[in-house]
Ligand binder design. Structure first.
Ligand SMILES: Nc1nc2c(ncn2[C@@H]2O[C@H](COP(=O)(O)OP(=O)(O)OP(=O)(O)O)[C@@H](O)[C@H]2O)c(=O)[nH]1
Ligand SMILES: [Mg+2]
Length: 388
């Protein structure tokens, strides 16, 4: 009998199915096969509000959308007591409803769509006699947070990205309504006895992926002090703790800069070596720094090898998306309040080349103005003296 103790902060977020998969993996890979008697002990120390935040942050949904069919045109001839051959008067069919995505700056997650698997727009109404055009099918407007990318689930083609409040994009267009027979009347064809059918709508699976829009993204190992920095530079109140992976979902904050200027900073969960192989929380959250203009690498001053740490972070970013490493970058050496006075000079001699750096302490509020200045300069393409 083997006892395996698993300590996971967010045990309650995993379903029984996931835990039984893990159980199967352990027993299958054991040398004596599934017969091994394994007992899983799972511990959890999550605060309810914390796991709620994790559950409530949804940045990926897959939904089957269908736009409405166009209504058929009407084939009809006017007849009355005194006018038995009044001529064609069939009206046009109405357009089917569109599926529209609309940006909403007040939203920051796709949670409201998490449990919606099908979203269908209404069909257009058929045309009718007396030249009556059918009603247009009601459009479905799906509100999404800024930074939402719409992707075709089958082909992987990116359709568009919602970046502005109120921006509306048609995801699937409703079918056109068919023309009624009155439309086809002409000098040579005075009594057309046909009408067009409506065009069918479209149906397909789409992926909506949220890539948070922020100016500066924080990149670092767990415990580098990312959330602490966010909490002192902005009004955000992220969870802070001296254990790895305190942050499990991205946090955003607005940094106030001089003369009423400001920029947005995003704190994402820490990454570790081999995150691209699924270690830690993997690289899933790196998608949230794809849209950031500047990346702020954060490495604590007590790291045994800052250059090597930077190299690991750099490689993980490369493994996720090579374009990330071409973004303007700044390296912050954090927790300088615990450093001996002579450390700064020693560290300076052993920093990676070609990246501007700054020494900070979020706890002691040291170096934060210089950090803001440098970030602002990078955001606005102003030249930074790397040697400083
Ligand atoms: N002395 C000192 N401690 C700090 C400083 N900044 C952060 N810490 C401590 O470092 C630990 C980790 O801080 P966090 O801000 O949670 O680190 P993080 O990078 O967000 O970690 P993850 O969310 O796990 O990725 C906490 O115990 C903080 O109190 C600092 O400037 N000085
Ligand atoms: Mg954190």
């Amino acid at each position: 009998m083997v006892e395996i103790h698993i300590y996971h902060r967010s045990y309650d977020l995993y379903s029984n199915v996931e835990w039984s998969c893990l159980y199967n993996k352990i027993t299958e890979s054991s040398p004596i096969g599934p017969a091994l008697d394994v007992k899983l002990f799972c511990f959890c120390d999550v605060h309810l509000s914390y796991s709620m935040a994790e559950q409530n942050f949804v940045d990926y949904v897959k939904i089957c959308f269908r736009s409405g069919n166009g209504g058929a045109g009407s084939k009809h001839f006017f007849r009355s007591k005194h006018n038995p051959k009044g001529g064609p008067d069939g009206g046009d069919g109405g357009r089917g409803g569109h599926i529209i995505l609309k940006g909403n700056a007040q939203m920051w997650t796709l949670l409201h769509l998490k449990y919606r698997k099908h979203i269908y727009a209404k069909n257009g109404v058929n045309g009718s006699e007396n030249n009556c055009t059918g009603a247009t099918g009601e459009d479905i407007i799906v509100e999404v947070p800024l930074g939402t990318v719409a992707i075709d689930a089958e082909t992987g083609t990116k359709h568009f990205e919602i970046t502005e409040d109120g921006q509306q994009e048609i995801l699937l267009a409703g079918g056109r309504g068919g023309k009624g027979n009155a439309f086809f009347t002409s000098a040579t064809q005075q009594a057309p006895d046909f009408a067009q059918p409506g065009e069918p709508g479209e149906e397909s699976w789409k992926i909506l992926e949220l890539k948070i829009l922020a100016d500066v993204g924080l990149v670092g190992f767990p415990n580098a002090g990312k959330s602490t920095l966010l909490s002192v530079m902005t009004a955000a109140k992220p969870a802070i703790g001296d254990y790895a992976f305190t942050t499990v979902v991205p946090n955003l904050g607005i940094v106030k800069y001089r003369e009423n200027r400001s920029f947005v900073m995003a704190d994402i969960p820490g990454i570790i070596e081999d995150a691209h192989l699924g270690k830690g929380l993997g690289l899933r959250f790196l998608r949230h720094i794809e849209r950031n203009a500047v990346l702020l690498f954060m490495i604590p001053c007590d790291s045994s090898n800052i250059k090597n740490d930077f190299e690991i972070l750099h490689n993980e970013l490369c493994a996720f998306n090579e374009e990330l490493v071409h973004k303007p970058r700044l390296l912050a050496i954090t927790k300088m309040d615990i450093a001996e006075p002579e450390w700064q000079e020693l560290i300076k001699n052993d920093l990676p080349k070609d990246i501007p750096y700054v020494f900070i302490s979020a706890a002691a509020h040291r170096g934060l103005d210089e950090l803001k200045d440098k970030l602002w300069s990078l955001l606005h393409n102003e030249k930074i003296d790397h040697a400083k």
